[in-house]
Design a protein around this ligand. Structure first.
Ligand SMILES: Nc1ncnc2c1ncn2[C@@H]1O[C@H](COP(=O)(O)OP(=O)(O)OP(=O)(O)O)[C@@H](O)[C@H]1O
Ligand SMILES: [Mg+2]
Length: 293
């Protein structure tokens, strides 16, 4: 058994907060359990709610190396696990013309000619490691097979070199926007966390943490307006990242209150579709939302 990263759920909350990530109790509990049970953590949720950031924060809080595998359509084993450095192999073979193939082969399929990619890097790293497999749903289904293999027993077989087993298990965090359902088999291996938009209270704390110079009442209004926007059926609801950007925008403009003009002028920070703009302009009851500030 390896040393756990965290001693308690409260410790998760504290140490993540110390590196700028405010976790709700359910989030902290899942992180704690994933570490204790040695299971990968699958975090699913809309864009910009802090999925990727959670992995970064866990790595920083536990002084672990962060190894990131960014998934995309068409990503394959050579990009995710390892590949041979063909150019270097060729050079080596050409340089040693007089030797027999057996000797050359043994040499060019050795460590020196291997290019480890994120999965292999994470498995071989002797230091504490957080392995972030980001946007897993963008990869093809075949990739899931590979992930299942690697995450199942934390070992990788390179035919020419043999089996490489993890010196220490990385803390694995997979993220997904749920653009497609991940396979049952993969889900079964993971602890699951649905990360949604935060409560108004938590979002206020996040904005206060990131933009401390903004007046507290204005921060309250910002969070309230964003909350109301998320209630409207928009094509793309504003995320935490956009709330923080909006707060920064208002600070930069030196706005003192959120009136209609200010909101109209800055709505582009929050809403990225013309149709959402129109909807917000028509349905958002700004007079009520900002009445108390
Ligand atoms: N709980 C939190 N505490 C502090 N900051 C947060 C938190 N959640 C989100 N953020 C902020 O929101 C930003 C966006 O988060 P992140 O990039 O992790 O989103 P995501 O869920 O990975 O989105 P996407 O699906 O688009 O990749 C982060 O840079 C961070 O500043
Ligand atoms: Mg992300």
């Amino acid at each position: 058994m390896q040393e756990p990263l965290f001693g308690s759920v409260d410790e998760v909350v504290e140490r993540l907060a110390a590196v700028g990530y405010l976790a709700s109790t359910p989030v902290a509990t899942t992180v704690y359990l994933a570490d204790r049970l040695g299971k990968p953590l699958l975090v699913e949720g809309p864009a910009g709610v802090g999925k990727t950031e959670l992995a970064r924060a866990v790595a920083e809080a536990t002084r672990s190396d962060l190894v990131r595998l960014q998934c995309y359509e068409g990503i394959d084993e050579a990009r995710a696990l390892y590949e041979w450095n063909h150019a270097k192999q060729l050079l080596r073979i050409t340089a040693g013309r007089d030797e027999g193939w057996d000797q050359a082969r043994d040499e060019v399929f050795s460590e020196e000619f291997l290019l480890p990619r994120p999965l292999l890097k994470a498995i071989r790293n002797p230091d504490p490691t957080v392995l972030l497999i980001d946007e897993t749903d963008k990869a093809d289904v075949e990739m899931e097979g590979l992930l299942l293999e690697v995450l199942g027993d934390f070992q990788v077989t390179v035919p020419e070199l043999g089996t490489i087993t993890a010196a220490r298990r990385p803390f694995v965090l997979l993220t997904s926007n749920a653009t497609r359902e991940l396979s049952e088999a993969l889900k079964r291996r993971c602890l699951f966390l649905h990360l949604d938009f935060p409560s108004a209270e938590l979002e206020r704390d996040i904005v206060t943490l990131k933009v401390p110079e903004l007046d507290a009442r204005l921060t309250e209004s910002v969070v309230r307006v964003v909350g109301a926007l998320r209630e409207l059926e928009l094509r793309k609801a504003p995320s935490i990242a956009e709330t923080v950007d909006w707060a920064r925008t208002l600070l930069a403009l030196g706005a003192e209150t959120l009136d209609e003009q200010v909101v109209e002028a800055t709505l582009g920070v929050l809403l990225k579709y013309q149709s959402d703009h129109r909807k917000a302009a028509a349905e958002l009851r700004l007079d009520r939302l900002t009445a108390s500030s």
